[in-house]
Ligand binder design. Structure first.
Ligand SMILES: Nc1nc2c(c(=O)[nH]1)N[C@H]1C(S)=C(S)[C@@H](COP(=O)(O)OP(=O)(O)OC[C@H]3O[C@@H](n4cnc5c(=O)[nH]c(N)nc54)[C@H](O)[C@@H]3O)O[C@H]1N2
Ligand SMILES: Nc1nc2c(c(=O)[nH]1)N[C@H]1C(S)=C(S)[C@@H](COP(=O)(O)OP(=O)(O)OC[C@H]3O[C@@H](n4cnc5c(=O)[nH]c(N)nc54)[C@H](O)[C@@H]3O)O[C@H]1N2
Ligand SMILES: [Mo]
Length: 762
């Protein structure tokens, strides 16, 4: 099991300069980020934030920082930060009529509304909402299940189209909680550690890690590996920075990923490029897979995907020069074909013999973290779920799991789309209470934002906890709670809770709180105290106890929170080739943690869940191929949400420097297409389809193909009128994405493949 390694040669946690300035080392979980944990040096003088710099002693980020941390001062001292709890009369939702109240009054209100709801409607009418994996997301299930005691934990990303589909493939077909490109992240000395091998090739699929630093892969590690000789194959409809440096760039038609993945498998099998010994010993269903991929010959796939057939062959041949590794991203999830794309890509690297070898695809240990169905700790809650395991065994099925039972096997939130149906119809029960934290559904997460906004407004009591007044809070909340930044509280960061190798680090309070802001963890512990005054649960008694018990619960790491505070960051290693050593399975036997003990190219789990056990291609439901009737009026293909350095979803829109770099909600369009439509650089345009429209600024660029436009997501204009909701509906590209158009098991949707037309807004 992993052990934490602290670097004894690193700078001390705090040093003092001659002028009295203190320099604190800490790990970042913001300003607009996952709780990724980049190393930070924070300069503080007389309780004033002077500046932040990258921490060169941090073994993973190694002194690098992105523009969002480099503009920390603007964020920290921003005039729009929420500083006090505020409430508003129910009838005034949407109006800027807030009344400042005390924290005591705020907690009293929450507790009162909570009890009223439970008494009148039952516990599951209480809902607890959370956005993407920020620091606060560590507390989503604790807050929902342990504090509120409800199964109505909501994450309303249509089709759960973020990470969970990929995780489902990893867990169900490979028996690994998470599989990531091996970038030496857990090894002391990193790339110089002899245990590591530099991959020969990395397949970067629908992911832009330099901008997104996604889920445990620090993007710049790709550049470091390129410097050591790694080459790239990129699958992306846009020519991003990595694509310009790739051996092969497959610039596919958005949404056709499933066909391309099967085409690559076809070449590897037909040209006999696979690892026979590995296939023989460790995989299940190779013959069936080989038979299936015969249906995806290169010429046919090339036509579907609008790429050159020779490029598909070239890509497959490159990857066969292993070790090769896979970095697959959000474009896999944001597609109703997601499970099959993920399954096909993982199968590709499995038959190439690249699973869990140095320089290959690193297999995560079985999961221990909140929300995962398998192997989860049975935490005794003190609410109505007392004594039940938190996940997979809730006793009550979360909302929508009757229609989409596969979801129960992977995550215990409600089904995102079914939640909207329930809000609108009160079937099977009404939702009357909502606690929304670190989440801005109206600006960002949901498709059909206006419809969701109206549905959320039907909830009797809505509390939003945020750093800023978000459009969701302005539109829907009765109570807002001011949350602080990671410089104002203690906390911790971790890499997939030690499923993957990597880091455990300390978030340290280095500045006094602005106003009366508090951390999500403090709010959670206080709510717990007030809802369970008799509780003797030591874990919830203090921040230190809470974090200590969280760390202690993770794979027997030899650390306490005090150690993290002292050393700032601990690195841990996990062995390669775990399947040979019995480290993946509960019974300690060699093999994989699947029903057959092998990597299931033919998935018995998918079969039992009612889907095809083999990967297949689903043509996007609204494409010109599927719906030629739509293609006449909506001839362009819309992909959305390609990440920018200057924002994290809807966050950072009020930061002046970042808005100078990227001023407006932007649509990328090919110059020739723009010319035909009379659209010049910088013109405001409407992007429209039968589901809705959004107003953006055109940026003419040849990085997109002539038939494709790529639009920003998560926009609102904080400088505009709050009572017009900061233009959030006007500029929201989510309006063009349909509700409940998920894959067969309820996963994925069309965030990256919809038809549209574009015209000038003037
Ligand atoms: N700066 C910043 N970083 C972030 C975020 C943020 O908002 N800002 N969000 C965070 C979150 S929650 C997530 S989930 C991750 C996501 O981060 P990533 O997984 O990196 O995903 P994206 O940036 O959405 O898209 C990556 C690439 O997919 C391409 N693409 C578009 N359509 C398709 C398609 O149909 N097929 C294929 N193969 N590619 C396509 C885009 O052109 C883009 O280059 O980023 C996280 N990191
Ligand atoms: N069209 C389209 N839509 C998309 C996507 C896309 O690619 N295309 N991507 C989707 C994806 S992958 C995701 S994950 C979702 C993300 O959707 P969300 O997670 O809902 O989006 P955010 O805008 O990040 O909302 C987070 C809110 O939390 C606040 N906040 C920041 N830090 C803290 C904190 O520490 N505590 C608290 N309480 N609040 C905090 C921020 O100010 C912000 O208002 O969006 C999805 N929406
Ligand atoms: Mo996400």
């Amino acid at each position: 099991m992993p052990q934490l390694h602290f670097d004894e040669n690193a700078a001390p946690a705090v040093t003092e300069l001659a002028d009295g300035t203190k320099v604190y080392r800490t790990c970042a979980a913001g300003f607009g980020c996952h709780n990724l944990g980049c190393g930070l040096k924070v300069y503080v003088k007389d309780d004033e934030l002077v500046k932040v710099e990258g921490d060169p002693d941090h073994p993973i980020s190694k002194g690098r920082l992105c523009v969002r941390c480099l503009t920390a001062k603007e964020y920290f001292y921003h005039k729009d930060r929420l500083l006090h709890p505020m409430k508003r009369a129910h009838k005034d939702r949407g109006l800027d009529k807030w009344e400042r109240i005390t924290w005591d009054e705020a907690f009293d209100l929450i507790v009162q509304k909570y009890h009223e709801t439970v008494e009148k409607y039952g516990i599951n009418s209480v809902s607890c909402w959370n956005g993407t994996g920020r620091e606060a997301s560590k507390y989503h299930f604790q807050m929902s299940n342990d504090v509120f005691g409800t199964t109505t934990a909501v994450h309303p990303n249509s089709g759960w189209s973020c990470l969970v589909p990929r995780m489902a493939c990893m867990l169900w077909t490979m028996g690994s909680s998470y599989i990531e490109a091996d970038n030496s992240i857990g090894l002391v000395g990193r790339y110089d550690n002899p245990a590591w091998t530099c991959p020969n090739y990395m397949l970067v699929w629908g992911r832009d890690p330099l901008r997104s630093n996604p889920d445990g892969l620090f993007g710049h590690s790709i550049v470091e590996m390129m410097r050591r000789g790694m080459k790239l194959v990129v699958v992306d409809p846009r020519v991003n920075w990595l694509a310009t440096r790739a051996e092969v760039h497959l610039q596919l038609r958005p949404g056709t990923d499933g066909a391309l993945a099967l085409g690559l498998l076809n070449v590897v099998i037909e040209e006999d490029l696979y690892d026979h010994a590995f296939v023989e010993q460790w995989t299940y269903g190779f013959d069936e897979l080989a038979e299936r991929v015969k249906g995806y010959p290169v010429e046919k796939v090339a036509q579907i995907c609008e790429v050159d057939p020779d490029d598909i062959r070239a890509a497959a041949r490159c990857l066969a020069h292993g070790p090769s590794t896979l970095s697959m991203g959000l474009a896999v999830d944001q597609n109703p074909n997601c499970l099959q794309i993920g399954h096909a890509l993982l199968s590709l690297f499995a038959i190439l013999g690249d699973m869990d070898v140095p320089g290959g695809c690193f297999m995560g240990l079985p999961p221990t973290f909140a929300g995962m169905a398998e192997n989860a700790p049975a935490e005794a809650g003190e609410g109505p779920l007392e004594g039940l395991a938190l996940y997979g065994n809730l006793g009550v099925q979360p909302l929508g799991h009757d229609r989409f039972p596969a979801l129960s096997a992977i995550v215990n939130t409600t089904h995102p789309d079914a939640t909207l149906d329930t809000l609108e119809t009160a079937v099977p029960f009404p939702i009357k209470f909502a606690y929304i934290f670190a989440h801005n559904p109206i600006s960002c997460m949901v498709p059909q934002p206006k419809r969701w906004m109206e549905a959320i407004r039907k909830i009797d009591f809505v509390c939003v906890a945020d750093v800023f007044m978000s459009p969701t809070a302005m539109a829907c909340a009765d109570l807002v709670l001011p949350v602080d930044t990671f410089l104002e509280h203690d906390g911790y960061v971790s890499n997939s809770n030690a499923s993957q190798p990597g880091q455990f680090g300390a978030i340290k309070k280095v500045l006094s709180n602005r106003g009366e802001s508090r951390s999500d963890l403090e709010i959670m512990l206080e709510l717990h105290r007030r809802l369970y005054p008799e509780s003797t649960n030591a874990k919830f008694s203090s921040i230190e106890n809470y974090i200590d018990s969280e760390i202690a619960g993770v794979r027997d790491l030899n650390a306490h929170y005090a150690d993290l505070q002292e050393h700032v960051i601990g690195q841990y290693e996990i062995e390669y080739r775990k399947y040979e050593k019995g480290l993946l399975r509960g019974d300690g036997q060699p093999g994989f943690n699947t029903p057959t003990g092998r990597i299931e190219l033919y998935s018995t789990v998918l079969q039992n869940l009612g889907d095809d056990p083999l990967p297949y291609y689903l043509e996007p439901k609204f494409s010109a191929v599927s719906r030629p009737d739509l293609a006449h009026d909506y001839p362009l293909v819309l992909t959305t949400g390609a990440r920018r350095f200057t924002s994290f979803h809807s966050e950072n829109r009020q930061i002046g420097t970042l808005r100078e770099i990227h001023r407006w909600p932007t649509m990328e369009i090919h110059p020739e297409t723009a010319e035909k439509l009379g659209i010049a650089e910088g013109t405001w345009v409407w992007v429209e389809n039968p589901w809705g429209k959004a107003k953006l600024v055109a940026h003419l660029t040849p990085i997109v193909k002539e038939n494709t436009v790529s639009c920003d997501h998560g926009w609102w204009l904080p400088e505009e009128d709050p009572e017009e909701l900061y233009g959030v509906i006007t500029h929201n590209i989510g309006s063009l994405i349909p509700h409940e158009e998920n894959g067969p098991l309820g996963f994925g949707t069309h965030y990256k493949s919809m038809p549209c037309k574009v015209y000038r807004a003037d």
